[in-house]
Design a protein. Structure first.
Length: 502
């Protein structure tokens, strides 16, 4: 099992004997050392796990269970996502659809592109987290701050927003930071933000191209479950119609960005045909850069780039805009509506509209074959937000707009609550691009701990602490019944599920 290799990397074979290896970097070992307990928990919880009706085999007789995955935005806090994914994969969970916003979008594309077999061929049934962690340990996040002549403004923004995880600044320190930043304001005004984001996008592009992904079509091909040698199928005892099974292997990527030119919440690549003549030829790094356009910190992102314009003369583009309801004005002729489609669209961070888009894969009229699980970064609405000065007021308004829509979705659809894990990120800065290595390791561990908590909710015969669970009283069965009730349907009767991993 891969877990044995991880323990070997960390100098422990699992039986107390030191097993040092020479292929593991010191940095990698430092991260895996932090999650020995979580890895052990994942292996134990895997034996009794029931979280999906869609399963396959890993080729060694071990059962894999498939889910859709959504990852929240949160800047550098997204390091926790790697730990979360690690624990789920070690428990035999695999990801069909993958979605996210901002930092979640980064992790989503890297996970999607990193699943390869020993021969280097794309295989979505393979684990991704080792490759993702390798990318993390070698990334120079500080280089993403690529704005020139904005050093003081950069420090001011982080100080004002508490984005480096530091204590609340004093009025004096804030005033001094403002004074130092004032000479830089004309440059920021002209550029509409501190950093162009070119270094960041080039980094994303390189990560994908190093793995053989050069466009949307290539990423879709890499994610396709049809390429699996051990095909996905329904868990033993589950009965569904042929119609319900039709999309069982359909794997999709969904990244959220905010088109402020037309006030549109955009899900890429689903809605890429709004902006591209051939959406499949677009590079996924465009979508990640659009989703990660943190207002003021990064300059807004424009699509299409350079001197290219949105090809609004194409019927496919016109139809796509019509489907969004833009422009929403009945007294315009078709020609006038086409004229109002912009030549370019300006994007800011998808988190301004939906920081944790847990509804991305939800189909309300069906009983799910597999759930959507998600990792939230930090508690939402856990305490009163101060609003005693303009900076606190802005932060409170920003947090409200980022979180409330997704939060209310879970409130209105409570069957999602067990499927949402929350990584404890208190004390960490979401824009701390100079984060020390030890804090990164701590975030990684906190994400892994969140993954363990989620796995404990989906035990089938007994709880994680040994209390018996009656047949049909596990959380996955409850979720299906709740989804069926919402859709006015009945969950088909099923035989008791075999224990995962046997």
């Amino acid at each position: 099992m891969f877990r044995s290799r991880v323990l070997a990397r960390s100098g422990n074979s699992g039986n107390g004997d030191a097993q040092p290896t020479h292929d593991a970097s010191h940095e990698f070992q430092g991260y895996t050392d932090r999650i020995k307990d979580e890895l052990a928990d994942a292996g134990r919880l895997k034996k009794n796990l029931l979280i999906s009706d869609v399963v396959s085999s890993d080729g060694n007789g071990e059962q894999l269970q498939w889910v859709d995955l959504v990852l929240a935005g949160g800047g550098l806090l997204g390091i926790a996502h790697v730990g979360f994914v690690c624990v789920l994969e070690e428990a035999g969970v695999r990801f069909r659809g993958i979605g996210g916003t901002s930092a979640g979008a980064i992790n989503a594309v890297i996970v999607a592109a990193s699943r390869k077999d020993d021969k280097g061929k794309f295989d979505p049934s393979q684990e991704s987290w080792e490759k993702t962690l390798d990318i993390l340990t070698h990334a120079k996040f500080e280089s993403f701050q690529d704005g020139e002549g904005v050093k003081n403004s950069n420090a001011l923004l982080k100080l004002a927003l508490g984005a480096s995880g530091e204590a609340k600044p004093s009025k004096l320190s804030l005033a001094w930071a403002v004074a130092k930043a004032l000479p830089e304001l004309p440059r920021i005004w002209q550029n509409r933000g501190l950093h162009p984001g070119n270094e960041f996008q080039d980094w994303v592009k390189k990560q994908l191209e190093d793995k053989g992904i050069e466009n949307v079509a290539g990423l879709h091909e890499a994610m396709s479950l049809d390429r699996l040698s051990n095909k996905v199928h329904l868990r033993e005892g589950v009965q569904r119609s042929a119609e319900e099974l039709a999309g069982i292997s359909r794997a999709t990527l969904k990244l959220v960005a905010s088109d402020i030119s037309t006030q549109t919440k955009v899900v890429f690549p689903d809605m890429a045909n709004l902006y591209y003549a051939k959406a499949d030829d677009a590079h996924p790094s465009d979508f990640v850069r659009a989703s990660m356009s943190v207002p003021l910190f990064f300059q807004p992102y424009e699509i299409p780039k350079l001197d290219i314009k949105i090809p609004k003369q194409l019927q496919s583009v016109q139809d796509a805009w019509k489907a969004t309801g833009y422009p929403d004005k009945d007294d315009l002729t078709d020609t006038e509506k086409i004229a109002r489609i912009p030549d370019k669209a300006t994007f800011v961070d998808g988190g301004t509209l939906s920081n944790f888009p847990i509804s991305l894969f939800d189909v309300k009229e069906k009983v799910p074959l597999l759930p959507t699980v998600g990792c939230q970064l930090g508690d939402v609405r856990a305490e009163v937000q101060p609003a005693g000065n303009p900076i606190e007021l802005y932060k409170a308004m920003n947090n409200t707009s980022r979180h409330i829509g997704d939060y209310e979705y879970v409130i209105d659809n409570p069957m999602y609550k067990p499927l949402v894990a929350t990584a404890d990120t208190k004390g960490f800065g979401w824009l701390d691009f100079d984060m020390p290595e030890e804090k990164k390791k701590d975030l990684f561990q906190r994400g892994a701990a969140a993954g363990v908590k989620l796995l404990k909710k989906f035990q089938q015969n007994c709880t994680a602490d040994g209390k018996p669970i009656a047949p049909g009283d596990d959380n996955w069965s409850k979720i299906k019944r709740a989804r069926a009730a919402r859709a006015g349907l009945v969950v088909p009767a099923a035989a008791p599920a075999p224990v995962s991993g046997r």
